[in-house]
Design a protein around this ligand. Structure first.
Ligand code: PHE
Length: 341
């Protein structure tokens, strides 16, 4: 009996086989267990020899089972270790590091500078109603600005007779949304993508603006000028010449466009020298109609607003003369300017 089970244990090649042997020998109806049960029917003399012999057999089989189990587990571990062996001396495969797109970098920088001036960040949707994008901003339906802005209109579902939604042409609708939501006083900036059907060296159909809005009881054009000059100095790291040009926007009165001095030449643009100017923002004092449209009393509050092109600022900061390159996703170009590894 002993030889039979010891060799069965030695032959067992996995845990299930071991368990089978255990049940056959030591299970409730196992051969050894049955023999132990027969002890009761034996004479005391017979029992005295058979009892210890059976117990010894049981113990021996038990240890053999455990030993075999351990041996199998060790072998399996060996096998795995051999299979998962790594040669740590092999040269590593390079994984190109990701990096933040220059437009996002500039957007974050601009946001940080305005945050230090006490402005918090507001956001609005890119698909906008024509009320927020135009009417509330004092641009009525017949106004030429609607055509000038080269608006992308969204198609409505068949039978939906509401006026078409638009891809926002500027971040100014966020002015209205913020005034409605939080009332005066306000100090916010709003960075985000905007859309116009326009394409040349300094225009892409999708680009980025940062809107600024400050509403309070004693705000004047002088505050606007000071804030913008603080901003330009911080952003370019040096004092740069700016030019405030009288302009017109339906939602500000008076209005000014601001240009930054730069030099364009042979594939580069340099800020702060030369006699070229790049327009980077529109601005002005918020028109009373706009305040009224958003539920703020223009007799009590005034404010300034501006909207600047983030992409234009990035062109100037990094000396890139063609705006379109920012959106080509050309890795070689990004690497050339140090924007990607
Ligand atoms: N929304 C204007 C534009 O996109 C810029 C602007 C913003 C002008 C705020 C005045 C005040 O051109």
């Amino acid at each position: 009996l002993k030889e039979k089970y010891l060799s069965a244990i030695a032959d067992a090649s996995d845990e299930a086989a071991i368990e089978e042997v255990r049940i056959a020998a030591l299970g409730k109806k196992g051969e050894v267990s049955l023999k132990m049960r027969e002890l009761g029917k034996m004479t005391p003399e017979e029992r005295q020899t058979a009892g210890p012999a059976l117990n010894a057999l049981k113990d021996e089989l038990n240890s053999a089972l455990i030993a075999r189990k351990t041996a199998l587990a060790d072998a399996a571990l060996e096998e795995r270790l051999r299979g998962e062996w790594l040669d740590v001396t092999l040269p590593a495969r390079r994984r190109p590091a990701g990096s933040i797109h220059p437009i996002s970098q500039v957007s974050e920088e601009v946001t940080a500078i305005f945050a230090s001036l006490g402005f918090s960040v507001a956001e609005g949707p890119r698909v906008e109603s024509d009320w927020y994008n135009f009417d509330a901003l004092n641009i009525p339906g017949h106004h030429p600005a609607r055509a000038e802005m080269d608006t992308f209109y969204m198609r409505r579902a068949e039978g939906d007779n509401r006026p078409p939604a638009v891809l926002r042409t500027h971040t100014s609708p966020v002015q209205i949304r913020t005034m409605e939501k939080s009332g005066a006083p306000i100090r916010i900036i709003c960075p985000g993508g905007v859309y116009r059907a326009d394409y040349d060296q300094t225009h892409t159909p999708m680009f980025h603006q940062i809107e600024g809005l400050a509403i309070d009881k004693d705000i004047s054009m002088a505050n606007l000028k000071w804030v913008l000059e603080q901003f330009f100095t911080a952003f370019f790291g040096t004092e740069v010449k700016t030019r405030f040009r009288a302009s017109h926007f339906p939602f500000t009165e008076p209005s000014a466009e601001v240009d930054v001095q730069c030099a364009w030449d042979n594939g580069t643009v340099k800020v702060g020298e030369g006699d070229d100017w790049l327009e980077v923002l529109g601005s002005g004092m918020v028109h009373p109609n706009v305040l009224r449209n958003a539920g703020i009393d223009p007799d009590e509050y005034q404010g300034f607003a501006f909207g600047m092109g983030i992409d234009r600022l990035a062109m100037l900061k990094y000396g890139i003369p063609d705006l379109r390159a920012f959106f080509d996703s050309d890795l070689r170009w990004l690497r050339h300017y140090g924007f990607a590894a």
